[in-house]
Write a protein that binds this ligand. Structure first.
Ligand code: NDP
Ligand code: GDR
Length: 372
């Protein structure tokens, strides 16, 4: 990692080995939430498409760039770099406007959020500030940047969520009424409508992606899928015996994050801005996820899972299953990774991770934590 005093860091990725276009021909993307699961996949995807990518990262007391370290290049090689990182925060309007003016992006992807539903009950005020007002701050920064520069070539993507449907029964499509069930989901509804309003009021090219749950080996470890696959790996390697969970009957439409970032990009390549549901159209309970993931390595989840009421939510979303026919028809998008393949991909990675942890534990360099 480069010096922490650098405010701009840079990196490049050329997975197909081809030389990038000259800078003056390259499209420029600005991503908030670049250090998150989706931000990392979207960055890889856009670099592969030949974009220059700028990411806004927030200050933290530790490095928070683990998911994009593999793309990172020391800023001393900045002439090669096609990914650059800048400090900003969705709670700080001035930082958003400043970087928009400096970067002058063609596409803005607003992925930053306090994205944990259960945590949003603990910190509702902060969640609204980042998720709802944060989106408004960024939209307003884009609008005022356009007003000041006269640019017409800037497009905006808002990371909306199936959580907005909440209590409304499946299948959920773009026309399904919202009934949010958490401070997070209410805030995402506000961000959704701010985006629609800026499209209608200022003719901004702004799209809402209404994405159903999407997972990967890079998923945060306190979301249920990754919490389970981490435990599967650790139990298999003898580093953990119990897994404490909440509601096992909740049903989710789980896809692969790598597939979903492509849909984000596709929305911004259309002639007209619009809103799209992105989903696999298949739903599984948490219990089914347990069956498949533990079963895959020859374990029985019932021997390990303990229900802990602390993981139950004050109001739950019982059943999400998307109808993605509009995205399929208009964008030509479809998911490539199915449920079984997704679970196996995550378990395979987490078994490998647990094996590496075990080496460190056995050598006395690390304590075996009971629960990630
Ligand atoms: P993550 O939680 O993995 O990433 C969230 C990102 O937002 C991180 O980069 C985080 O930074 C950043 N962030 C948080 N607070 C701030 C802030 N105040 N200012 C600037 N950046 C901030 O989420 P995902 O990648 O899974 O999701 C991306 C987006 O899509 C989120 O908006 C989420 O709500 C939404 N979404 C996700 C779905 C999913 O299933 N994954 C489904 C539908 C919507 P840091 O790394 O420092 O924490
Ligand atoms: P979700 O994802 O709330 O759908 O939001 P999460 O994985 O947190 O929960 C899914 C379901 O599993 C149940 N559950 C548990 N959840 C967690 N986190 N931990 C547990 O121990 C546990 N036990 C059972 C939950 O009650 C829930 O029903 C995710 C986030 O990525 C949001 O940002 C995004 O908008 C939505 O997906 C779509």
């Amino acid at each position: 990692m480069a010096s922490e005093t650098d405010t701009v860091r840079s990196g490049t990725l050329t997975p197909n080995g081809s030389a990038p276009d000259p800078p003056e021909h390259r499209k420029v993307a600005l991503i908030t939430g670049i250090t998150g699961q989706d931000g990392s996949y979207l960055t890889e995807f856009l670099l592969d498409k030949g974009y220059d990518v700028h990411g806004l990262i927030r200050r933290s007391s530790n490095f928070n760039t683990q998911r994009i370290n593999h793309i990172y290049i020391d800023p001393h090689n900045a002439h090669k770099a096609r990914m650059k990182l800048h400090y900003a925060d969705l709670t700080d309007s001035s930082s958003l406007r400043r970087w928009l003016d400096i970067i002058a992006p063609n596409e803005v992807y607003n992925l930053a959020a306090q994205s944990h539903v259960a945590v949003s009950f603990e910190i509702p005020d902060y969640t609204a500030d980042v998720v709802a007002t944060g989106a408004l701050r960024l939209l307003e920064a884009v609008r005022s940047h356009i007003a000041a520069t006269g640019r017409t070539d800037i497009k905006y993507y808002q990371a909306g969520s199936s959580e907005m449907f909440g209590a409304t029964p499946p299948p959920q499509s773009e026309t399904t009424p919202f009934h949010p069930r958490s401070p997070y989901a209410v805030s995402k509804c506000a961000a959704h409508w701010y985006t629609v309003n800026y499209r209608e009021a200022y003719s901004l090219f702004a799209c809402n992606g209404i994405l159903f749950n999407h997972e990967s080996p890079r998923r945060g470890e306190n979301f249920v899928t990754r919490k389970i696959t981490r435990a599967v790996g650790r139990i298999k390697e003898g580093l953990q015996s119990k897994l404490f969970l909440g509601n096992l009957q909740a049903s989710r439409d789980w896809g692969f994050a790598g597939d979903y970032v492509e849909a984000m990009w596709m929305m911004l390549q259309q002639e007209k801005p619009d809103d799209y549901v992105v989903a696999t159209e298949e739903s599984h309970t948490v219990e089914e996820f347990l069956e498949v993931s533990f079963g895959y390595v020859g374990l029985n989840w019932r021997d390990h899972v303990v229900i802990d009421k602390r993981y139950l939510r004050p109001s739950e979303v019982d059943n999400l299953k998307g109808d993605a026919s509009k995205a399929k028809k208009v964008l030509g998008w479809k998911p490539k990774v199915g449920f079984q393949q997704l679970v196996k991909m995550m378990v395979d990675e987490d078994v490998e991770l647990a094996k590496r942890e075990k080496v460190l534990v056995d050598a006395g360099y690390m304590d075996a934590q009971q629960q990630p």
